[in-house]
Write a protein that binds this ligand. Structure first.
Ligand code: SF4
Ligand code: SF4
Length: 249
């Protein structure tokens, strides 16, 4: 957690609201921030999941676990994860390229406003669909939504058809309520409630549509079994997202 708040020489204060505004200006649909921490619960869950072989042929998930669970191991000096999301509608066919291009534009704006040292000079600190970051979890930590029964991030207004991208920065950020009223400050909220943080009542509740729509039954087992999921094995499948009411606003 942050020990102090650094005064920045630029005219802008390094707040979540100002970062949010810059992210929206470059073209993202939403943005939140989360203080860097080791994701202990996720580490425990993933270690068990990997030990059971439920990750199928995604061998890369077995490597660099310390880096994946703790961004400060991945990027020395890391203090804050800036998480941005872009809806499928805007990302085009090559979403990596689109999201990364926006992240680089945002990085340039952050450097302009807050100085070059806001990001690491030596380590990769921009990520999009990259194994070293637990992206969905960081989206939740940043107050961007909750994890649905389809195991996707569900943003309350954008739904689950979004691509996330992250910039790990080396300064602490003052947390403010964003213009949309999403309370980004998750400090002190128990983990079991965090998934609903800021989105009270925006949960799956009694809905089971994705469980029923999944052609393989991958979502019915108590523990997520990637080996049963078409999207994770060989073929493209979006059934559990297309059926989701959050994608039909
Ligand atoms: S098989 Fe398709 S519907 Fe089932 S969990 Fe995987 S992506 Fe979703
Ligand atoms: S389809 Fe229903 S149960 Fe599945 S993720 Fe969406 S809201 Fe949750």
């Amino acid at each position: 957690m942050y020990k102090d708040v650094i005064s920045i020489s630029s005219h802008l204060k390094l707040t979540s609201k100002n970062i949010y505004d810059l992210a929206i200006q470059v073209g993202f649909d939403d943005c939140g921030i989360a203080p860097v921490q080791r994701l202990d619960n996720d580490a425990q869950f993933m270690d068990q999941w990997l030990a059971q072989g439920l990750h199928g042929n995604m061998d890369y998930l077995e490597r660099n676990r310390d880096k994946r669970y703790d961004p400060s191991v991945l990027v020395p000096g890391a203090q804050t994860v800036v998480v941005c999301i872009l809806h499928f509608d805007k990302s085009g066919r090559d979403y990596h390229r689109t999201v990364k291009s926006l992240l680089y534009q945002l990085e340039a704006r952050l450097k302009e406003e807050f100085g070059e040292n806001i990001v690491s000079q030596t380590h990769q600190h921009i990520f999009c669909d990259s194994a070293p970051m637990l992206e969905r979890r960081w989206c939740v930590e940043a107050g961007l939504g909750f994890i649905g029964k389809n195991h996707q991030l569900i943003h309350p207004t954008l739904g689950s058809l979004v691509h996330p991208g992250e910039i790990v920065i080396n300064l602490p950020v003052i947390t403010e309520t964003t213009p949309k009223g999403h309370q980004r400050d998750t400090e002190g909220i128990p983990n079991h409630l965090r998934v609903h943080d800021g989105f009270i009542n925006n949960t799956c509740a009694d809905c089971q549509l994705c469980l029923e729509a999944c052609p393989t039954g991958a979502l019915r087992s108590e523990v997520w079994d990637a080996t049963q999921c078409i999207a994770y094995t060989t073929h493209h499948c979006l059934e559990c997202q297309l059926i989701c009411p959050y994608n039909h606003h």
